[in-house]
Design a protein around this ligand. Structure first.
Ligand SMILES: [Zn+2]
Length: 497
């Protein structure tokens, strides 16, 4: 029998605010000594009163809007019973009845990333059930007979995003999470870094006979700290469960963990009785009213997102899907690319210019940034500016310099920040397009290599490249290659006897 997998994803995203969700402690604690970013509120001391972090609410609204969610105009906070020592209050402040964001959707391009790049992707829509704000827990570390707790993370704003069970493969789950990660980065509300725990994901998954509309037995997978781990764990589970079902077995309802070293899932907990969270309204916080003005002000801060930009780059500039995806991977790169195009002196030839800029960014710019250890999202802090790349492209287009010279000039701009035009002038790099000068060099090369000339005349095309090289060498690389090509052909033909 054929089986179909049904996957829902629950993702927690730490919001990158300066202070915590309900107190003034700094939420930027990465690398700090344990328990140095704490106060009576996030330590759960009796009598300490929480205060809502407005920025965190706005960040959550931004994510909700980017996920096409409806935004609640009225919501209140609730206490969710939680009896673990990493939240000393004994409850977590969360939102249950009225999540801040609900009923949304996200579109993702699903590519089979394991089998390399595909120009064509399947566009899928995944519905978002809800996204609500809560506070993060502290961190427990167990060592021998002791357990240690660090409350630096306790109270950091956390956005929980829950999808409908719309995901149908490991690749789709991967595509969804990458898109979500990209969205929070574009919005600047979280690093979305799974390795550092800023984004944490728990898929639930079940199999059912293909075509059936009932759900099978659901398992949950935890301990996934990379996008790849999510994809691998889901793929592993689909295979494991298919095998069991085909053999006539039954799936146990369990919570699984992903063992990265053994590349398999392991049972963490047997089926538990349903949690009784005993939600009740948080008496220490006022309800949250969201006015139209506030909502519109937040909406205005949402930039054009990656997928929309990809579609536009393909439509307006005729770029390939590959180019569009590479250029939009980081918002800073996409902004830099667009800024370069804005400085183009010939907007009518924008598609050609866009292709040239895209090529320069993906080859020379990325190469130099890699060599100098500059992360791609720091592109605005490097010395070369978008307008300078455009100037360089125009110098090539006008025939002032050839492509090889342009690469040298670009490297110099990268190092010094000087204008390409100034470098070309100061160093005398302008290419030689003067026909009499070039003809003289070509004739010298032709008469110095009679044997090679004969070989070209005999049809050995490769040798033509050698002769071109000699001319370029004699002009120290500055000859206009197109002209040399033409003049060399003429000279060789003329020497035919
Ligand atoms: Zn605090």
């Amino acid at each position: 029998m054929e089986y179909e997998v049904v996957i829902g994803l629950e993702t927690h995203i730490e919001l990158d605010t300066a202070s915590k969700m309900f107190c003034r402690c700094s939420a930027q604690f990465f690398g700090a000594e344990p328990n140095t970013h704490v106060c009576p509120v996030c330590l759960g001391m009796p009598g300490a009163l929480p205060v809502i972090n407005k920025r965190a609410v706005e960040y959550a609204m931004m994510v909700g809007l980017a996920l096409n969610c409806k935004i609640a105009r009225y919501t209140f906070w609730e206490r969710k019973s939680y009896w673990y020592p990493d939240l000393p209050k004994g409850y977590q402040i969360s939102q249950y009845q009225y999540p801040l964001c609900y009923d949304g959707w996200i579109e993702v391009d699903v590519r089979d990333v394991t089998s390399g790049w595909q120009e064509h992707a399947e566009r899928r829509r995944i519905r978002i059930r809800r996204a609500h704000l809560e506070e993060d827990t502290g961190k427990l570390t167990h060592a021998g007979n002791y357990s240690f707790v660090d409350y630096n993370r306790s109270g950091v704003p956390l956005l929980e995003i829950v999808t409908e069970p719309d995901i149908r493969s490991a690749d789709e789950a991967y595509a969804y999470l990458s898109a979500l990660q990209q969205i929070v980065r574009y919005l600047g509300v979280s690093s979305g870094d799974m390795e550092k725990g800023a984004m944490r994901c728990e898929p639930n998954l079940s199999l059912r006979p293909k075509g059936s509309d009932t759900f099978g037995v659901k398992v949950e997978i935890k301990n996934l700290n990379s996008l790849r781990a999510v994809r691998d764990a889901i793929a592993y589970e689909i295979e494991r469960q298919t095998r069991i079902l085909r053999a006539g077995g039954q799936i146990q309802q369990v919570t699984l963990g992903w063992d990265e070293a053994r590349r398999m899932t392991v049972v963490q907990r047997e089926k538990e009785s349903a949690h009784d969270y005993r939600y009740f309204p948080e008496p220490d916080l006022p309800p949250l009213h969201i006015s139209e003005e506030w909502l519109e002000a937040v909406r205005a801060r949402i930039p054009e997102l990656a997928l929309a930009r990809q579609d536009r780059y393909r439509r307006e500039y005729g770029l390939s899907a590959y180019d569009a995806v590479q250029l939009t991977a980081e918002r800073a790169i996409a902004d830099w690319f667009e800024e370069a195009l804005r400085t183009s002196s010939a907007p009518h030839s924008l598609p050609a210019r866009a292709k040239a800029v895209a090529n320069w960014i993906q080859t020379e710019l990325f190469r130099l940034m890699r060599v100098h250890n500059v992360p791609l999202d720091n592109v605005w802090h490097i010395k070369v500016k978008p307008a300078q790349l455009m100037q360089l492209i125009e110098l090539v287009e006008q025939g002032t310099i050839n492509l090889n010279t342009a690469k040298q000039v670009f490297e110099e701009v990268f190092q010094t920040g000087e204008d390409p035009r100034a470098i070309v002038e100061a160093k005398g790099l302008a290419q030689i397009s003067d026909v009499p000068t070039l003809r003289r060099v070509v004739e010298e090369v032709v008469s110095a290599h009679p044997q090679q000339v004969q070989q070209v005349l005999n049809g050995q095309e490769k040798v033509f490249g050698f002769l071109m090289g000699q001319v370029m060498k004699a002009t120290r690389g500055k000859a206009n290659a197109q002209l040399v090509n033409q003049l060399l052909r003429e000279a060789i033909e003329a020497s035919r006897t």
